[in-house]
Design a protein around this ligand. Structure first.
Ligand SMILES: [Zn+2]
Ligand SMILES: [Zn+2]
Length: 154
């Protein structure tokens, strides 16, 4: 693991403590483990993938707890819920502005870090009448694994 990654995980743990205290949420071992697992991953996992990865090592973790906790984390701004080509939500511990690319075939999501897509500033009004808080762009494409699969069958 790189130093940057270690620092990122430590920062997320700090953020979890601060936000839980501010929101009156208890800092359960399950919540800690879930955030830690998400912060270590770069693949924007689904709730089910996180559950599968943790169910053996984290005591008292149910699928429902994972779903509910991720929703709570997203609501308090600790993590991002990322849209993908599949119906299943994917999650990201990195809440800094970045964009995503989603595979049309398997739903895999990767970061697309290119400041060229960032707006110089958020317009504060829109013709729709919405006040804009934030934005993220999701690109669609075919991931390397699916490209390989399709070249095999072709
Ligand atoms: Zn794919
Ligand atoms: Zn991301």
């Amino acid at each position: 693991m790189t130093d940057a990654k270690r620092a990122f995980i430590a920062r997320k743990e700090q953020e979890l403590e601060t936000l839980c205290r501010a929101q009156g949420l208890s800092l359960t071992p399950q919540r800690r483990a879930l955030l830690d697992a998400l912060a270590r991953r770069k693949d924007h996992p689904t709730a089910d993938q996180l559950y599968d990865a943790l169910q053996k090592t984290v005591k008292g973790l149910s699928r429902t707890t994972v779903y509910r906790t991720l929703e709570t984390f997203a609501n308090i701004g600790l993590i991002l819920k990322v849209s993908s080509q599949q119906a299943k939500a994917r999650f990201d511990a990195d809440t800094s502005r970045h964009h995503h690319i989603s595979c049309v075939q398997c739903g895999a999501v990767a970061d697309l870090i290119d400041p060229g897509f960032d707006l110089p500033e958020l317009p504060d009004k829109h013709p729709s009448g919405f006040r804009i808080y934030d934005y993220a762009i999701t690109f669609t494409g075919l991931c390397p694994r699916c490209q390989q699969d399709s070249s095999h069958t072709a």
